[in-house]
Design a protein around this ligand. Structure first.
Ligand code: HEM
Length: 135
């Protein structure tokens, strides 16, 4: 497995554990009503599981298994994929910080970073999405 896939998938597993923990806390609080402030973690639960876990896991596996190219860099432009990793995670962290500290304007920067990350992944992977000729 390429190193970038390892980074994507390890990060996605950390987000999976974090997201489930927040989900379990919110669920427990829903039933027992022990600490209503826990509801504030709902946006983090959603962000971490949808982008941190789902999207990031898909990126990691796709970068690993998409058909390789017949050139010096068989997985295409790896710099773009590195940009995708950095920007997606930067965006997620900024959204989490914004949710916790209610920092005005940080959400826009975070979302912009995520969009740049996803765009970099699309451009970096596009060439590798092609039919494989079965002999
Ligand atoms: C990949 C897995 C998951 C994803 C993508 C996910 C996503 C979401 C989303 C999008 C919402 C907002 C729903 C809405 O506002 O209508 C939500 C709410 C919630 N999730 Fe999750 N979730 C996941 C797993 C879990 C798990 C494992 C737990 C508990 C252990 C959990 C507990 C909750 C609770 C308690 C709410 C609030 C429900 C309410 O508004 O009454 N989630 N989740």
């Amino acid at each position: 497995m390429p190193r970038l896939s390892v980074w994507f998938i390890r990060a996605s597993l950390v987000y999976l554990a974090t997201g489930f923990t927040f989900g379990a806390l919110i669920l427990a609080n829903k039933g027992l009503g022990f600490y209503p402030v826990v509801w504030n973690a709902l946006p983090i639960h959603i962000e971490v599981l949808l982008l941190g876990w789902f999207v990031q896991f898909a990126f990691g596996v796709a970068f690993w298994i998409l058909p390789r190219l017949k050139q010096d860099s068989p997985r295409g432009n790896e710099t773009l994929i590195l940009v995708a990793f950095v920007m997606l995670n930067l965006g997620i962290v900024l959204i989490i910080v914004e949710t916790i500290f209610k920092a005005q304007g940080l959400e826009w920067i975070g979302r912009l970073a995520e969009v740049v990350g996803v765009a970099a992944f699309i451009v970096g992977s596009w060439q590798r999405v092609k039919p494989t000729i079965v002999p």
